[in-house]
Write a protein that binds this ligand. Structure first.
Ligand code: GUN
Length: 303
């Protein structure tokens, strides 16, 4: 039997529609729209393409948006001063510093300089702490984990009491999604196991999972025999495994993307599964928009 596909591209459209509607209502009632600034240092092609998409999406949902591009040799002090400027700018609700930063800049210092109430990435230690406490304390759940949880809920998968196994322990995906799934509340209440490179028997843990979330960055790591019949499989891996001519323009080469799960075999066993591409990927920017809207709502006292 073939699994139900959980399509991030479709869920994205539904959520962006909801955000657009809410932005219009707030504009009408309060005369303001969310403001997002994206700070891009240097000209890393992947970062440029991420930021371009973030800006396009912000426009689409009716935000005001500033793209602040800085030269690769900007000093750390100048970057910190720039963040301070946006921290004090009333029209800005979300500040995003695109990562990675050049080596001469201390990434931690820069992220920690962002006002936690404008930290729509959810990377500031204050927001990590708020997430850990859970419930009303949570301000900005980090975007990829928030997207994963939203997909699970919208796919109608039961999370309460479910065995969730997370493969990977990164600060951006593994640790926060594990924490979110074990909290009390809707879309959570799960029993969570986190497995990683030092885990003795990866297969045995994965085989117990009602919900398997894989963020390892290893193409095809999860084999079909690791998957429990009828389970929900969320593949966060986006691995470039080669190039192929673009379908739109055959003279242009595009990346061949492969997930961390052997998709073709896994879809015959799982109950539901995310594809790569078109699964978790489109959700990250969507949740960034939601966090920026939430930031304005907090400011207006309507969150
Ligand atoms: N670089 C790659 N992904 C991200 C992200 O989610 N946020 C930021 N700030 N930089 C990134």
């Amino acid at each position: 039997m073939s699994a139900k596909l959980i399509k991030g591209t479709e869920i994205r459209e539904a959520i962006l529609e909801e955000i657009t509607k809410e932005v219009a209502e707030i504009k009408e009632k309060h005369g303001v729209v969310p403001g997002l600034v994206t700070i891009l240092v240097g000209e890393n092609p992947a970062s440029i393409s991420y930021v371009t998409l973030k800006i396009k999406t912000a426009h689409r949902v009716g935000f005001t948006e500033i793209q602040d591009s800085q030269p690769v040799d900007i000093s750390e002090a100048d970057l910190l001063a720039l963040i301070d400027k946006y921290n004090n700018d009333d029209s800005i609700n979300g500040i995003l510093v695109q990562l990675p930063l050049p080596k001469h800049v201390n990434e931690k210092k820069v992220l920690n300089a962002i006002n936690p109430d404008k930290d729509v990435d959810g990377f500031h230690p204050v927001n990590v702490g708020r997430l850990m406490i859970g419930g009303d304390e949570v301000r900005f759940p980090p975007c990829t984990p928030a997207g994963i949880q939203e997909m699970i809920v919208r796919a109608g998968v039961e999370t309460s009491g479910a065995e969730v196994v997370v493969v990977g322990r990164s600060n951006i995906v593994g640790k926060p999604i594990a924490n979110m799934m074990l909290q009390k509340g809707p879309g959570a209440n799960s029993t969570v196991t986190v497995v990683h490179t030092r885990t003795k028997d990866l297969a045995a843990h994965c085989q117990r999972a009602d919900i398997l979330i894989v963020a390892a960055g290893v193409p095809g790591l999860v084999k079909p025999e690791w998957i429990k019949q009828g389970s929900c499989v969320i593949d966060v891996g986006v691995n470039r495994v080669g190039e192929k001519p673009s379908a739109k323009d055959p003279n242009k080469m595009v990346a061949i993307l492969k997930g961390d799960v052997d998709f073709d075999a896994a879809k015959e066993i799982a109950g539901s599964i995310t594809p790569v591409p078109g699964g978790v990927g489109p959700m990250t920017i969507t949740m960034l928009m939601r966090n920026t809207l939430k930031s304005l709502k907090f400011k207006l006292g309507i969150a």
